[in-house]
Design a protein around this ligand. Structure first.
Ligand code: SAM
Length: 283
């Protein structure tokens, strides 16, 4: 396990994934019914962008930093809400010059939870899980586990709440990660067919991505992708998030947010909808 998310915190890929996550949480908590959230690959929870790893790559400069510098007027609501969540996390550390602390997915989930909702965050890296435990020390609303996220998809689904969101954000270190992802997803859907699943993936090998998205045929899916027009050599240039069983109105907000994000991040957007009926089982 060599992957450390600190090198990539707040980059364009995080921006896309986290805009999606914040909006899904907002919609899924709008109903007066308890929600279960599973973050299968959680990372450390929050990142100091002036720290060694983030400062070395400076990936956040072409991601979150660009958005933070833009006027909020006229911004799509989903993006504005995401930026508000990022700013709220940064403010916890006191006011400084510009954005310094960027929330990882567990922090964004935590900010969206209501009392009574349940949240399990899995992280396997021994140092990162310690950092994640420190991040949420004393917070009983967050159940941090040193656990294999793939196994958690089997072990923790279906949730007793019968309403759930799983964020699946693996590091894609292994050559067969797409196969493992497709397998794990099939198993999870067999156990919890009505759950909402948000799956982040890198676009490096078009064939592997096409095979993965083809494996989602027959499911209610919204796929959002961004391809940077000029990515630095050797850096990730494109990524996507596939959302299975998205809540009602998610497509509408994302159809507004994605082209705006693409323009702000100098990228090309693609949105593919395979939502066969208007209502969602999770709504
Ligand atoms: C892309 S990062 C997660 C970023 C985080 N979801 C966010 O958005 O802030 C992937 C994380 O998965 C962890 N990881 C790798 N394999 C894992 C596994 N099988 N189960 C749980 N975590 C794993 C890595 O250590 C890494 O921290």
């Amino acid at each position: 396990m060599n992957y450390r998310h600190g090198y990539h915190a707040g980059n364009f890929a995080d921006v896309l994934k986290h805009v999606v996550l914040v909006e899904l949480l907002r919609l899924l908590t709008a109903k007066d019914k308890k929600l279960f959230v599973l973050d299968t690959h959680a990372g450390v929870g929050g990142y100091d962008l002036t720290d060694g790893r983030a400062a070395r790559t400076r990936e956040a400069e072409a991601g979150i930093a660009r958005l933070m510098a833009l006027p909020r007027a006229g911004m799509p609501v989903a993006v504005a809400r995401y930026l508000a969540a990022v700013a709220a996390y940064d403010r916890k550390f006191g006011r400084g010059e510009g954005l310094r602390h960027y929330p990882g997915s567990p922090r964004l989930v935590r900010a969206g939870l209501r009392p009574g909702d349940r949240f399990v965050a899995c992280e396997l890296h021994p140092q990162d899980v310690l950092a994640l435990k420190r991040e949420f020390a004393g917070d009983r609303a967050v159940d941090v586990r040193q656990a294999d996220g793939w196994h958690a998809l089997k072990a923790l689904l279906p949730p007793v709440e019968r309403r759930g969101l799983a964020l699946i954000d693996p590091p894609f270190e292994a050559a067969d990660e797409f196969d493992r992802l497709a397998r794990a997803l099939r198993q999870a859907l067999r156990r919890f067919a009505t759950g909402c699943y948000a799956i982040w993936y890198p676009i490096k090998d078009d064939e592997a991505v096409e095979a993965f998205t083809a494996s989602l045929a027959g499911l209610k899916t919204l796929v959002l992708e961004l391809r940077l027009k000029a990515a630095p050599a050797g850096k990730l240039a494109a990524c996507g998030v596939a959302v299975i069983n998205p809540p009602w109105t998610f497509q509408e907000t994302m159809a507004e947010a994605l082209p705006w994000l693409a323009a702000a991040l100098d990228a090309t957007p693609a949105l593919t909808s395979r939502l066969s009926s208007a209502s969602s089982p999770t709504a």
